[in-house]
Design a protein around this ligand. Structure first.
Ligand code: UDP
Length: 322
């Protein structure tokens, strides 16, 4: 049984990933600072409360457990906040990641799966976006992740660190039966905000309705959180089989506009949304849609649950019962 350390494993993606990996026979250790409010219990994982900045704690974990690979999910993720508080983002996402990498190298742990983001692409010139597209992050959040990507690749040359960098697009939805989401209360993401507004008959703001897209609203690529969990499993297998370095978009490969998400939500809830059209936000690209050939061809991963109806249905099931 291989032991995997999941840094930030108690968060939204982490909860779903820990469950899937445990079901596939991995022993899971989660290091998480539990600073983001409500968390579900994870009886299938060994939980260590602490921050990835704590070198002593990381050293102890690596000494006491025979860690095969690290999945690094811990990060500050509010894009707008990263613009107003960049140092917080560079400190947490970059400096603390360097600390994790230091400890890994020191303890001869040479496999990492790193959670990156579509935000590394900035405002893409064309969609779908392949991994080879130029990365021009436009926010400290995107930049902090891009810098981590660069460092991880340097560590391959210097120390033989094997890595899979997963660039997540818009992760959404929930496990089919296990209530693992503390995501319902997100104050920034489209789907939780839309559900809250529609259920309480409050207005919902669409940011931007005059983009060069199918209906003027922003287009995003929504990927189901269990498909994302599956991508981590595939990434671990890639590394175990001797894969050295890979960067892969994790997405559905299809764009869905904000207005399409609203329409599908209205159908699911049997309620009308009260829409208010707002100006677009400067940090919002009109379209973010991924080319997913790399993940399909190299990781043998498929987005099996990533259609918007299923995403909304799995999210809604727990949202409505919460
Ligand atoms: N969005 C919106 N109204 C909201 C929240 C989000 O119109 O109240 C739009 C946002 O502009 C983006 C899409 O919904 O085009 C997805 O936003 P989210 O914050 O979920 O993810 P992002 O793509 O910004 O990382």
């Amino acid at each position: 049984m291989e032991t995997i350390l999941i840094v930030g494993g108690a968060g939204y993606i982490g909860c779903h990933t820990t469950l899937l990996l445990w079901q596939h026979g991995y022993k899971i250790i989660v290091l998480d600072d539990y600073l983001n409010g409500k968390y579900p219990p994870l009886p299938w994982a060994h939980i260590i409360h602490g921050n990835m900045a704590n070198t002593e704690l990381l050293n102890t974990i690596f000494l006491e457990h025979s860690i095969k690979a690290v999945i690094h999910l811990a990060a500050s993720i509010n894009i707008a906040e990263s613009v107003s508080a960049p140092l917080v983002y560079y400190e947490n996402n970059l400096a603390n990641t360097i600390n994790v990498l230091h400890c890994m190298i020191r303890h001869n742990v040479h496999q990492i799966v790193f959670a990156s983001t579509a935000a590394v692409y900035g405002m893409p010139d064309t969609v779908p976006i392949a991994e080879s597209a130029t990365c021009k992050p436009i926010t400290p959040y995107g930049m902090s992740k891009y810098m981590c990507e660069q460092i991880i690749q340097d560590l391959h040359r210097a120390y033989g660190l094997q890595s899979v960098i997963l660039r997540f697009f818009n992760v959404a939805g929930a496990h089919q039966t296990e209530d693992l989401s503390m995501f319902y209360t997100s104050k920034t993401h489209l789907i939780p905000l839309l559900f809250h507004a529609t259920m309480s008959e409050k207005p919902f703001n669409i940011f931007g309705t005059t983009h060069q897209t199918i209906d003027g609203s922003c287009v995003r690529d929504y990927v189901h959180v269990m498909d994302v969990a599956q991508a981590h499993l595939k990434a671990l297998i890639f590394l175990k089989n001797g894969g050295q370095q890979l960067i892969a978009n994790i997405a559905s490969g299809h764009g869905t506009s904000v207005k399409e998400v609203i329409k599908t939500t209205e159908q699911y809830l049997h309620l009308p949304a009260r829409i208010i059209e707002q100006q677009s936000r400067s940090s919002d690209p009109a379209q973010l849609v991924a080319n997913i050939d790399q993940a399909q061809n190299t990781l043998f991963w498929r987005p099996e649950r990533s259609n918007i109806s299923y995403i909304l249905e799995t999210f809604g099931r727990f949202f409505l019962s919460a």
